[in-house]
Structure formats: C-alpha cells, structure tokens
Ligand binder design. Structure first.
Ligand SMILES: Nc1ncnc2c1ncn2[C@@H]1O[C@H](COP(=O)(O)OP(=O)(O)OP(=O)(O)O)[C@@H](O)[C@H]1O
Length: 262
C-alpha cells in the first residue's frame, strides 16, 4: 500500500525570546493510504507541530514531509482539519457552516449540489433536521459532529484531527468514536489523530505512534490488529488491555525523557 503521508527525519526548533526551542528531533511517520494513525505523547512534546507540518502550515528546519510522494511546500486544499474547539460561525446556520469549505475549494459547484453533499454527511452523523439551526442551539457533541462534516465535505485526502473529542464527556466521546468509525467505512480517507486518550487511539487507529518527550522523535509504533468493524466492547477484551498496558509504559518512558520540563 502506498504511503499517503511520509515524514522523514524531521527536526524543528521554534524561535523564542529565550532562544531556539527544539520541538522535533528525528520524526519518522508513515501513514498508508486510507488508514488511520493515532499520535500520542507527553504534553507539549510537539504533536500539534506535527499536524502543522502535514497541513503545510510550516516548514521543518530539516527533513522532509511528503503527501502522495510530493514534497509539501505550502497549505493544501486536499487536507481537512478538525480541532478540539469546533469554531463554527455563529452567524451561519449548521448547513452554511458545513458547506463553507466547498465555497472555497469548489466555487463553481451549485448551491443545490453543495447542500446535497452536506446533507449526506449530516445524515451519517445523525444531524438531519438540525441543518437550519445556529451552532449555539446544538450541544457540544452535536457541534463536534457538525465540525466533522465540515472537515470532510470537500472529500479531503487527509483528515487531521487535533484532540477533537478532548472537551466532550466520556459518553459523548465514545459516541463520536463510533461515528468516526462509520464515516470512515462510508468514505475512506487517511487520518492523523492527535489524542491524549489511549483507548481512543486503539479504538480508532490502525497504528498508534508514540512520540517521545520534547524534542520529540518517533519512539514506538503499534500496529492495531483488531477487526475493522470493532465495537466498543473490544475495549474490554484482554487483548486491548495488553495493548493499553504497552502504550502506557511507552508514555511513561516518553515522560521520563522529558524530565518533567513542560
Ligand atoms: N509558534 C510557536 N512558537 C514558539 N513555541 C511554540 C510555538 N508553537 C508551539 N510552541 C512550543 O513548542 C512545544 C510543542 O508544542 P505543540 O503544540 O506542538 O505540543 P503538543 O504536543 O501538541 O502539546 P499538548 O499535548 O500540550 O497539546 C511547546 O512547548 C509549545 O509551547
């Protein structure tokens, strides 16, 4: 399988008032087309920096980032992004929020076609009937669902998610995991998910990448060998318990290297 995302030997330091702050130091990540990579690591180790590199929002000091074998040199329209805070525009309806990327990426697409595409996704995430509401009329979980639709409406090749479920309560979060699983089944896309939740990383991921403490390198990669149509029950099996143990140990090692500096 081709690697849609390939990060090779990336090093990066931010310029700060007190001098350079090294954040990435030998990052290697390969994400095969159509698969889901979950990235975990200690707080402040450079996970969000990784997403900025893939989205083409910044250039690394050293090393290379490729999408489809092409070096990433700037922002790409084929990347969708979802964040912890859904940032939906309050003056627009849910429908108008969801079709926003199409207004930019497909300016010639008709309003009817844009709405039909948005409805397809709103249906899939259970938001039929809410398309004319304003964001403030929806619960946090519903807003995050709408935000997912907006990230996917233009059929991006890559979906980058930075802690998208972090602010939700545990039950809503698990609901959203299942929604994600169903969306992927309906429309395969390649995903990079940044998360602090190891259960989430195993439930959603095809691989879990553990980053070391800052400056981050790729410390450990786990292939998640679970059925594609997994249900939440899988999280309570001995196999997943073992996987979570291994990941927790790896995070401890990563935190040790960080020395609690963050
Ligand atoms: N533009 C910037 N300029 C200077 N320093 C930055 C910049 N962006 C991030 N940093 C610093 O770089 C380090 C890594 O940041 P990053 O946001 O990538 O980490 P993270 O792993 O996503 O953090 P968290 O787990 O807390 O969300 C942090 O110490 C952060 O303060």
């Amino acid at each position: 399988m081709e690697n849609l995302i390939e990060i090779k030997g990336v090093k990066h330091a931010y310029t700060t008032a007190s001098g350079p702050l090294p954040v990435l130091d030998g990052l290697d990540v390969s994400v095969p087309t159509g698969t889901f990579a979950a990235v975990v690591g200690p707080s402040g180790c450079g996970k969000s920096t990784l997403t900025r590199l893939v989205a083409g929002l910044m250039k690394p000091d050293e090393g290379e980032v490729y999408l489809h074998g092409e070096r990433v040199k700037g922002p790409r329209k084929t990347v969708g992004m979802a964040f912890q805070n859904p940032v939906l525009l309050e003056w627009r309806s849910i429908m108008d929020n969801v079709i926003l990327p199409l207004e930019i990426v497909a300016p010639r697409m008709s309003r009817a076609d844009r709405e039909a595409r948005a409805m397809e996704l709103l249906d899939m995430v259970g938001l039929t009937g809410f398309e004319n509401k304003r964001p403030s009329e929806l619960s946090g979980g519903m807003r995050q669902r709408a935000s997912l639709c907006r990230s996917l409406v233009h059929k991006p090749e890559v979906l980058i998610m930075d802690e998208p479920f972090g602010a939700l309560d545990a039950f809503t979060r698990e609901d959203l995991w299942q929604t994600m699983r169903d969306l992927r089944r309906a429309e395969p896309f390649t995903t990079v998910l940044i998360t602090h939740d190891l259960r989430e990383s195993v439930f959603l991921g095809d691989q879990v990448i553990v980053l070391s403490g800052r400056p981050a390198r790729t410390q450990y990669v786990m292939d998640v060998d679970l059925p594609e149509d997994r249900t939440l029950d899988v999280l309570y099996t001995p196999k997943v318990a073992d996987m979570l143990h291994i990941l927790r140990d790896q995070i401890k090692i990563a935190q040790g290297r960080d020395g609690g500096a963050h």
